[in-house]
Design a protein around this ligand. Structure first.
Ligand code: SF4
Ligand code: SF4
Length: 467
């Protein structure tokens, strides 16, 4: 856990209440200035990538089915083309544990990087809704003026247009989320059918649209500072080596106006407050590391612009750990970070392997209980087996079982067996081997499950002989 910054800003009052709350306990609305700089540029590129991914992923198809779908009501999940069912609970549990460990380790090393660069709340708010607000209502000063002016044609036009666009985007987001759940095919079908047949769904869409609209138009930073549990966890996950957006108080203090006076021993911070007016959560990063900081890097860009103008080195606000700032060192990838990053890579590898190795058609095969071997004509032996094959695909397949690595044959009890779509199929069959090839009482054999000539799964079992 990180302790209070050892630097005393003299502004202890910032800990008395949340940044977005006034002394009277009312909401303080932030008119946020537009940052400009290299981090803002990188975030804009990333935001564009996220939007493209979010809106196109439900449209992608793989082998005739959605590439990504999380149908909670029906218990059907497709992750990168791989189908998962509630039967894959073990996989989900492992995935969840891996995710939790990943999040903890990631936060210990990189602080709140996720919030500023990946979280949909920040991506949509800062990358889309805030930009539309700047575009329609102008600079923070113009926005404030607009809010304070009485209702007139200009205010109705600007506010009306902004909220209409906000509602339209929220509606699009709600529909995209629904497409992730029920797939775009079903969504399109529902849209074509009379509304009266889908009143529950329509109510859900309206509820989600209004929720997204409320979050992005009004609730905004409160999601990050008060509602989100991950944000609340920061204070226990971060330590003095965690990388985060930090103000270099060693270099910056004492803050004050720039002067050519040789006796002026002010630090590099000229107290212009540019870093404060760009902050979407309204905090002053110079007060030290705070829970409300979402690591968006807007203050880094704002301060770098100032440093550039006054001819001081960039990075007065930068990614750094508390320890680096205190000891005035450059950022170093410590051994602990290397070890944790190694663990993160391994965990990601496990997750990827688990997803990649999950099978759409898989089976269990065992000898029928209480049955030994049977002797057949021509010096052959047979064992009776039963197979339970799970087909997660939304399609029937002709199925064939073949011995792999052992000479012999398989005789099905059913002729032309078919795997039922999205269900289990039970099969009974004989494995027949030459007696002279059976050298032990219990012999390992491998049976391949083929659907339409494609090997879908291999199952190991045993063949009983007379020895
Ligand atoms: S302090 Fe800086 S990094 Fe943190 S939320 Fe504010 S602007 Fe973003
Ligand atoms: S932008 Fe930089 S110089 Fe200006 S107040 Fe913030 S830290 Fe100080």
């Amino acid at each position: 856990m990180i302790e209070d910054s050892i630097y005393d800003t003299g502004n202890a009052a910032f800990r008395d209440r949340m940044s977005d709350t006034t002394a009277e306990g009312k909401r303080k609305w932030f008119y946020v200035s537009r940052p400009n700089g290299k981090f803002t540029k990188w975030r804009s590129y990333l935001n564009f990538f996220y939007f493209a991914l979010f809106f196109t992923l439900p449209l992608l198809r793989y082998q005739g089915r959605p590439f990504f779908m999380i149908n909670f009501p029906k218990g059907e999940f497709i992750v990168f083309g791989k189908i998962f069912w509630p039967q894959d609970f073990f996989l989900f549990a492992m995935g969840m544990i891996t995710m939790i460990v990943f999040v903890i380790l990631f936060t210990v090393i990189f602080g709140r990087l996720f919030c500023g660069w990946v979280c949909p709340q920040t991506v949509f708010l800062e990358g889309l809704f805030r930009k539309i607000e700047w575009w329609i209502e102008g600079s923070p000063a113009q926005q404030k003026k607009l809010d304070q002016m009485p209702w007139n044609w200009e205010k109705i036009r600007k506010k009306g247009l902004k909220h209409l666009i906000f509602l339209a985007i929220s509606f699009l987001i709600a529909n995209t989320f629904l497409a992730y759940i029920i797939s775009t095919d079903e969504l399109v079908q529902i849209i074509r059918e009379p509304v009266t047949e889908h009143l529950t769904l329509l109510t859900g869409i309206i509820a989600f649209t209004l929720t997204f609209y409320g979050v992005f138009a009004y609730v905004r930073e409160i999601v990050c500072t008060t509602i989100c549990p991950y944000g609340r966890l920061q204070s226990v996950l971060l330590d003095q080596d965690s990388m985060q957006v930090s103000y270099d108080y060693v270099r910056g203090e004492p803050r004050g106006k720039m002067s050519r006076n040789a006796e002026n021993d002010n630090g590099d911070c000229i107290d212009c407050k540019k870093c404060v007016i760009v902050c979407p959560t309204g905090i002053d990063i110079r007060d030290g590391i705070q829970m409300e900081c979402v690591g968006c890097t807007a203050c880094i860009d704002a301060c770098d612009e100032v440093m550039d103008k006054i001819g001081r080195p960039l990075g007065l606000i930068r990614y750094a750990s508390e320890k680096e700032i205190r000891e005035n060192k450059k950022f170093k990838f410590t051994s602990r970070m290397k070890v944790y990053s190694g663990v993160l890579v391994v965990l990601l590898g496990i997750m990827t392997y688990m997803i990649a190795s999950s099978k759409s058609i898989s089976g269990n095969i065992s000898r029928v209980k209480g049955q030994l071997y049977q002797e057949l004509e021509g010096g052959k032996l047979s064992n009776l087996y039963e197979a339970k094959i799970l087909n997660k695909m939304n399609k029937e397949y002709p199925v064939e079982l073949k011995l792999i690595g052992t000479e012999g044959s398989i005789k099905m009890v059913d002729t032309h067996p078919v795997l039922k779509k999205q269900g289990h199929t039970n099969l009974t069959f004989f494995v027949i081997l030459d007696e002279n090839k059976v050298v032990k009482r219990s012999n390992k054999i491998t049976i391949g499950i083929y659907a339409g000539n494609e090997l879908m799964d291999k199952v190991n079992t045993t063949f009983l002989g007379p020895f």
